[in-house]
Structure formats: structure tokens, C-alpha cells
Design a protein around this ligand. Sequence first.
Ligand code: NAD
Length: 331
Amino acid sequence: MKIAVFSAQPYDRQFLEAANAAEGHELHYFEMALGLESVALAAGFQAVCIFVNDVADANVLEALRGGGTGLVALRCTGFNNVDLAAAKRLGVKVVRVVDYSPYSVAEHAVALLLALNRKIHRAYNRTRDSNFALDGLMGFDFHGKTAGVVGTGKIGRVFARIMLGFGCEVIGYDPYRSADFEALGARYAAPGEIGANADIVSLHCPLTPENHHIVNAETLARMKRGALLVNTSRGGLLDTDAAIQSLKSGHLGGLALDVYEQEGGVFFRDLSSTVVTDDVLQRLISFPNVIVTGHQAFFTREAIGTICETTLRSVSEFARKAPLSNEIRMT
Ligand code: NAD
């Protein structure tokens, strides 16, 4: 089947080509993201393969359908960038990679937290300048502290297990409770308790219209003073302006972001020779107690390998008109 791969990076090509040895599709790579201005490139392709910052809204889906595309294959877990209602109306199938490596994302969240708490990013710069002073680098023991997990699905549970290993008390919030989470030795708590008691809060829920800016000025104010917040889920969960205000007031102790609400057009690109015009992102990066990574939590060999294999297997199912194991259906 002919597949148009958007937002294609060198590593996507490498792993997709390897996975395609078993599937035999015809892959065409486009560096640019899918959107209204680029959708014409997909004309004549039965399937498009997209990533987190490609846009498959109603207009784009209509254009895709008009060009003969019947399948949108997301090579990621989250699907907030696809208008599922429009896809259903147009008869366009949407598949994603439900499960690749929850370890990749959970481990990155923990890496960010450890770096943020022990100021590894600052120590790294200091020692390169032969500055071995410790002033300003003090952190706290994770042991004995409370870690709050928002979203206790696959990634949230791996995160919880790691934090329990540090000797943290782990409390979680999820509208759909999981016995597996409690079996780890963690417990469920109301959002208010997480805010009030957690020294560390990690977001692991999908972005939906209902939880946009779930962390906002009000929830930040209710958080424990000095707490650390990490978001490896989706940028839209956090009101970034409110987080900046909280950091400026000294209430929020530190912020680690792998995702950012305006990341489209910035992340996954080398902008080191240009002037970045996003003042909010620049302000964030300027804080000593903020670490930003460019949506790399998923970026392990194991995860990319599984993502590419699963994606192409889904396209093969579609080509055979077989049931789609990874189809996203509207609930
Ligand atoms: P999952 O479906 O296994 O778990 C998500 C959990 O969040 C579910 O248990 C769900 O009930 C819960 N949830 C939904 N709405 C909630 C809310 N308002 N408050 C609290 N919990 C809520 O998904 P997962 O595999 O654990 O992935 C979680 C998210 O991580 C994805 O949706 C995606 O946005 C993000 N992600 C990021 C990266 C990255 O590279 N940064 C990679 C993969 C996934």
C-alpha cells in the first residue's frame, strides 16, 4: 500500500524501512507536518502516517478523503490532533500505537525529575567551566516524600513503580481506577489531596477537551509550596502562563516539560541558528529551575522499533480489509 509519511525524521525512515522488510509497503517521506498547506501531498496515497504535531482536523480529513486516503496511522499513542468525529463521518479509519514502551516515557519523566531536583543541568554547565562550587545545587531526598501521579494508565503505573522504588509514598488520581495501580502499593486520592500533599506531581493522562489546562493558576496555588511538576503527556494539560507566574512567585519549586502547548513548529527542529519568537518558551527556558526537552520521552530504540512495526502492521491489516487491532473508535 502507498503510505505518505509526514513529519519524517531520519530515525523514522531508518526504523520504518527496517519494519517494512516484513510488510512490503511503498513508503514516501515528507519532512513537513501534515496540515492544510501540505495535505495536497497526500493525494493518491491510501494511507498517511502522522506524528504528534501533525494536524488531522475536519478540513484536512476532508481533503485526505478527497485525495483517496482511507487510513490515518498515528505513530504515537495520543490522538488529540485528530478529529475523530470528522474521521468517522468521512469513513476514514484512524489507528494508533496503543502500547509501545511505557518504560521509555516513565523513565524519561524520572530522569527529568532527578535532574531538576539535584540540579544536574546546572552542575553539568558549572563543572565544564571548572566551577565546582555547590551553592545553589541542593536538592531533597525522594525517599520518604509523596509523589502524585495524574493518570494511572500504562505509563503512570510504571512511573509509580519507579517512585515506590525510591521509597516514596505514591498517590494517584484517575477517573477510571486500576487495581494494578493499587497492587503496586500505591493508593488513589482526590485531586485536592494530590495538590496539597505531593512533593512531586507527574502528569500521565491523555489530553482531552475536558482536561485542557487541568493544571492552572488555581490548581498550582493549591499545590504544596516548592513541589516539582513534570509533564511528559501533552502540553495542553498545563496552563504555561500560570506556571510561569507560579515559578516567578517561588511557589512552584521546579518544572520539567517534555511537551509544551505551542510545541508545533518548534519541537523536532534545529532552530539553533534562528531567533525563536515564542516568548513564553524563551521565558520558560530562562528559569534555573525549569528543564525543557523537545518531546523526546518516547525516544528509545525499543519504543521506535515497536512503533514502526505496529504502524506498518496496522496498514497491512487495512490493506487486507482485516479488523484493525489498533483502531481508535469514538466512544
Ligand atoms: P493510558 O491510556 O494507558 O493511560 C492514560 C490514563 O489516563 C487512563 O487510565 C485514563 O483513565 C487516565 N485519564 C484520562 N483522563 C484523565 C484525567 N482527566 N485525569 C486523570 N487521569 C485521566 O495511556 P499511556 O500509555 O499511559 O499514555 C499516557 C499519555 O502519555 C498519552 O495519552 C500521551 O499523551 C502521553 N505520551 C507522551 C509521550 C512522549 O513522548 N512525551 C509518549 C507516549 C505517550
